[in-house]
Design a binder for this molecule. Sequence first.
Ligand code: 4AD
Ligand code: MG
Length: 460
Amino acid sequence: MSQKRDLTARKLFFKYYDGALENNLNVTLEGWIKSHRNNGSVGFIEFNDGSYFKNIQLVYDKENANFAKISKAKYGSSIEINGVVRLTPEMKQPFEIQLTDLRVLGDCAEDYPLQKKRHTFEFLRDIAYLRPRANTFNAVYRVRNACAYAIHKFFQERGFIYVHTPEITSNDAEGAGQVFHVVNDFKHPNDFFNSSACLTVSGQLHAEAFALAFRDVYTFGPTFRAENSNTNRHASEFWMIEPEIAFADLDDNMDLIESFLKYVIKYVLDNCKDEMEFFNNFIDKGVIEKLNNVINSEFVRMDYTKAVELLKKAAEAGHKFENPDIYWGTDLMSEHERYITEEIVKGPVFLINYPKEIKAFYMKLNPDNKTVAACDLLVPKEGEIVGGSQREEDYDKLFAKMKEIGNDKGLEWYLNLRKYGGCIHSGFGLGFDRLLMYITGMQNIRDVQPFPRCPGSLKY
Ligand code: 4AD
Ligand code: MG
């Protein structure tokens, strides 16, 4: 690596925070111009090299022999600069760089779509290849990165094995029929694999096989759903974290979800201070306080049956639901979930023990024969971010259920896990992109994903 590439804005900031950044230090940096103003005698450039969220201010004045040349450098261009660090403890930014020279490496054309003004998120979505340079998205993708790291860190510190479950599969793990089919140029679509093939909707079934060998495992990767729902919370491709734990029941599962979420949130608050301050100031006022409350409170656990009672009471007391027909057995709508978490609990809540008819085939039937040991975690504004359950470990019950819904072909191996040394086990799926919405306060899933794929849009 060249000496030059070795220095970054990140290193300078870290040095500063360590109290080790010297005044008058000579530096060379490469990066981009985020803004440039010049009043004829002094000039200011907001500079960012991508290594750190905050910009560095570059200053130059008439005394500088290169004044005219530097003045011409345009907003958006990539540059190499030489300069001297000036500590500025009395200013908003802790240090600036007094320029000695600036060289334009890549000019930026006048028709640059990312102008220096405030753009709408819709517009920025349309220029998804440029939006990582916009402040908000710079913060979003940094937090996305930190979150992904924290997720691995949490599981690795606890001895979980990371398993890469397949993306191409022959089963619809959820049995909900929302799969994308994988086709090819063979005469018959099934010729390639000798079986029909689709993109995975969940790695759970394969993760179960690994949990029954390694005890505690997790997957973390992309999943695909052909749901034709054009909401701000649904994407056709999204990332999911799916842990699976052996010798664990529903309570163990919820304990894991809760400690896991708190860990990841705390990691982001501790390690993305500048980004989180940005979200708190410009995107979602109070988001930091909200997250601190989440870390410091115990998540409520509530039976589905209880939730239905409370919703009915609310409707009777005059609360206007768009779907007022609430009865035991109904699949709760997003507005119902939000009422529970926003109005009743005012924080995260686990809804547990759902009617078996509205949940996936693999969930453990409770002794009442009516409900299954499921747990959905609901949070204010978004509703469900986690779906989990204890798995049915009884071969006969699972087989009967799979036959009943016609999902028994091709999943013999999954059933056999109950036959060859099975045990009680549980797991959950956390929508990574929904978690990011929750942490950043961004309101559209399209604005926390790098290149979103949603019904009707596959640009980039
Ligand atoms: O509730 P879901 O469908 O559960 C499963 O797939 C289980 N197999 C998980 C498991 O137990 N291993 O999905 C889990 C989570 C949801 O709570 C939600 O956060 C997210 O995945 N999710 C989506 N996120 C974005 N766009 C979509 N279309 C999503 N569908 C589900
Ligand atoms: Mg779900």
